[in-house]
Design a binder for this molecule. Structure first.
Ligand SMILES: Nc1nc2c(c(=O)[nH]1)N[C@H]1C(S)=C(S)[C@@H](COP(=O)(O)OP(=O)(O)OC[C@H]3O[C@@H](n4cnc5c(=O)[nH]c(N)nc54)[C@H](O)[C@@H]3O)O[C@H]1N2
Ligand SMILES: Nc1nc2c(c(=O)[nH]1)N[C@H]1C(S)=C(S)[C@@H](COP(=O)(O)OP(=O)(O)OC[C@H]3O[C@@H](n4cnc5c(=O)[nH]c(N)nc54)[C@H](O)[C@@H]3O)O[C@H]1N2
Ligand code: SF4
Ligand SMILES: [Mo]
Length: 680
């Protein structure tokens, strides 16, 4: 273990902990014990010294005067925001005595953890916390808010989160960025595409919003929200009809190509055009371009799967590279996520065996508002870490009403007094990832990376793993697993993985090398982790789960009689709600805008720059309008998860549905409908 944190001056290696596929290598410059500059590490094999603006400015956040330094307890009404400083002893005592009592009177399932990947470190996000709550017997949280619909959908086709090695995509001649705002959310994949473009590659972007990524495409294809499955099926229709498929590949590496061929006859371009809003001739052009260009690469984004039909959509698009045999060409194929390559020993790290009652209830985090409000056996205590549900969770007004319950004992562990923390009974200050020991697995570039502390803990803040050790001790738990050190946790998680891709990677190796790549090999020839070992164009497993076994377009659910589809996506300078409370990042982003089509604006007498009320039966917001052609008629889009600032109404998730997607329990943020009117 290196001792960077205790050194006052110098330049130290680090890794970006944010929930971003790029997982950049960083160099942290310190003077007098403080970070004075953050830059990309030029020695990182993939990110090569380039980082985004968010993290270049991360020190503004780490030393923000609003950062929490010590534990707090609530001394006013819930949500009022009145707190008083307490000691860690008192904080831990209060929490554990409440929990012991709850376990006694209501049972351990009255307690629920709520967390996500505010810090992607495996120990922080899915390590000691899981061990602790398993031992406690708490209600289990199904962590579905981000990518489960798409991950499961992709898995039905490809057997797991296995895609192309992104560094190989430099050889691609066609890039399709499908429902991904890569300029902001996967900048290094975009950079590779730009480089390939210099060698003649073309970049196609398919999105409902012509945003920073669409504007830079060679060809931008606007599409109606939730209809991409139909577009992919229309492409398949043309590929089969015009004999543009790779028969040899289909024979060797897929199951169900015969059934698929018959099935897609119904998705002729004119039918598909009516569904998607994409003109017939563009569907032909796209299908033929895709067939004629090799290697071609599809970057499948998260946007298309935050819909009622999102799992099926990703499952369908994941079939396309098989039709033209792209997987055999270096750089050809697709990426949704590459997380399966770095599968470590999760069972050892999370210890599901510590959970005695195997029937412990599971709650889908996308329905947390509903769960807080209407469970027959109510949740009486929630422990929130690495997430800010009052801003990021769908149907946000329900969530906030739930958090406001006077009888809910709420604990929040965070770096800031977030919108969620405002409702807390106890707030615990968290260290930043730069103050911790942890290991990271990129879900895009296939490197395992290490973080050793580069600065001392801020104020009295503590890491997640430290807090769970304290809680375990005070709860009287004596399982040694709850007291292992961070280094022991990393070491164990990398042992007995049963995963050939990371065999041989050890803690010591990470400390020495910082970035260690998985033992990559092409997926084909090879056997996939699907039941058949092949790409499943027809999936019996889906049929068994009550889903259509062949790729099928299913329209979005009815969401009321409101004229617009509403797409509130992430923005450039925040990471979900992280940075939305830091002046620097807010000043870079300025304010949220609602993009509205010219035709719709004319009909409603709305002009560019007007303030509008956006509303439905779930909630309302007020946003400045940007009128133009960035969205199709009938669609409105906005970016960013904004914090509650005085004088603003920017709680975008007050408008979003908490319906559950078709597959994987996923979220449906982008399947909601709204109305828009000018604020008088
Ligand atoms: N700067 C920045 N980077 C981030 C994040 C951030 O908040 N800010 N968040 C991080 C996280 S947690 C994630 S999951 C990823 C998400 O990053 P992405 O994978 O890019 O996913 P989203 O930004 O959710 O949506 C991508 C695009 O999908 C579009 N879209 C919505 N519905 C549809 C549809 O039906 N069809 C099509 N074709 N497009 C549609 C949206 O307009 C948006 O441009 O980014 C990560 N990186
Ligand atoms: N409308 C709409 N809503 C969305 C989305 C969307 O596209 N549109 N995207 C969804 C997606 S994809 C995601 S992933 C979710 C993300 O939602 P969240 O997981 O809630 O992500 P953040 O808003 O970044 O909040 C992370 C919090 O963790 C804290 N944190 C950081 N590091 C640590 C640590 O080490 N310990 C502790 N205890 N806390 C820490 C940060 O300070 C921050 O407050 O949002 C979802 N919500
Ligand atoms: S947020 Fe993404 S692009 Fe920015 S430094 Fe972190 S990993 Fe790199
Ligand atoms: Mo996410």
């Amino acid at each position: 273990m290196n001792t960077y944190a205790s050194q006052k001056d110098g330049v130290f290696p680090s890794v970006c902990s944010l929930d971003c596929p790029d997982q950049c290598g960083l160099l942290i410059h310190k003077k007098d014990g403080k970070i004075i500059k953050v830059e990309g590490d030029p020695n990182h094999p993939v990110t090569k010294g380039n980082i985004c603006n968010k993290v270049r400015n991360v020190a503004e956040r780490l030393y923000d005067e609003k950062r929490l330094q010590y534990p707090l307890k609530c001394i006013g009404k819930k949500g009022e925001g009145k707190f008083e400083r307490i000691s860690w002893d008192e904080a831990i005592q209060t929490i554990t005595s409440q929990w012991k009592q709850l376990i006694e009177t209501e049972g351990p399932e009255s307690i629920i953890p709520y967390s996500f990947y505010g810090n992607m470190g495996n120990l922080s996000a899915e390590g000691m916390d899981r061990r602790f709550f398993n031992r406690l017997g708490a209600t289990q949280l199904d962590r579905t808010i981000c990518s489960t619909a798409g991950a499961m959908g992709y898995k039905y086709t490809m057997g797991g989160s296995f895609g192309v090695d992104p560094v190989d995509t430099i050889h691609a001649k066609l890039f399709i960025f499908w429902g991904i705002n890569a300029v902001s959310t996967n900048m290094h994949q975009w950079a590779i595409a730009q480089k390939a473009r210099k060698n003649g590659a073309k970049i196609v972007v398919i999105d409902v919003h012509k945003n920073q990524t669409g504007r830079m495409a060679d060809w931008f294809i606007p599409i109606l929200p939730g209809t991409d499955t139909a577009l992919a099926l229309g492409m398949m229709h043309i590929l089969f009809a015009e004999n543009l498929v790779d028969e040899a590949f289909l024979q060797e590496y897929t199951v169900g190509h015969g059934e698929l061929r018959d099935h897609v006859v119904q998705y002729d371009p004119s039918t598909v055009s009516k569904i998607t809003g994409v003109p017939d001739e563009d569907i032909y052009k796209l299908a033929r371009l895709y067939a004629e260009t090799s290697p071609s690469f599809i970057r499948i984004g998260n946007g298309i799967q935050h819909h009622d039909n999102g799992g099926m959509c990703v499952r369908t698009i994941a079939c396309l590279p098989a039709l033209t045999g792209q997987w055999l060409h270096k750089g050809g194929g697709a990426i949704k996520s590459n997380s399966s390559y770095l599968g470590y020993n999760e069972t050892w790290l999370q210890r599901p065996d510590l959970l005695k009652n195997k029937n412990t209830r599971i709650i889908n985090m996308n329905a947390i508002g509903e769960a807080l409000l209407s469970l027959e056996k109510p949740v009486k205590s929630m422990y929130v870490y690495q997430s800010n549900p009052a801003v990021v969770a769908p149907s946000g007004n329900k969530v906030r009403t739930g958090l406001e319950r006077e009888d809910l004992f709420l604990v929040v562990h965070d770096l800031f007094l977030t919108e969620t923390a405002k409702y807390a009974d106890i707030i615990l200050p968290a260290t930043s990832s730069y103050e911790n020991t942890d290991f990271y697995c990129s879900y895009w570039h296939n490197h395992v990376q290490i973080q050793e502390p580069v600065i001392e803990a801020y104020g009295e803040s503590k890491s997640n793993t430290d807090v769970f050790r304290l809680l375990a001790k005070e709860m009287g738990f004596d399982d040694p697993a709850l007291f292992e050190t961070d280094v022991e946790l990393i070491t164990g998680a990398l042992e007995n993985t049963g995963n050939p891709y990371i065999e041989g990677i050890t803690y010591e190796m990470l400390v020495e090398k910082k970035y260690v790549k998985a033992n990559m090999k092409p997926l084909f020839p090879g056997k996939l982790e699907t039941p058949s070992g092949k790409i499943e164009l027809y999936s019996q497993k889906m049929a068994n789960a009550g889903l259509p076994p062949l790729p099928t377009y299913i329209p979005l659910c009815d969401d009321g009689d409101f004229p617009f589809q509403f797409v509130p996506a992430p923005n450039h300078n925040f990471l979900n709600s992280t940075f939305s409370n830091n002046e620097k990042h807010v000043s870079l982003e300025k304010e949220p805008k609602l993009h509205l089509n010219m035709q719709d604006a004319l009909l409603r007498n709305i002009e560019d720059g007007d303030l509008v009320r956006v509303w439905n039966e779930r909630g309302e917001c007020e946003l400045k309008v940007s009128v133009g052609e960035n969205v199709l008629p009938g669609v409105v889009a906005t970016q960013g998860l904004w914090s509650d600032r005085p004088g603003t109404k920017h709680h975008l998730n007050s408008l979003t549905p908490d319906r559950i997607a078709d597959i994987g329990g996923g979220a449906t943020f982008f399947s909601g409908r709204v109305d828009v009117e000018k604020v008088k």
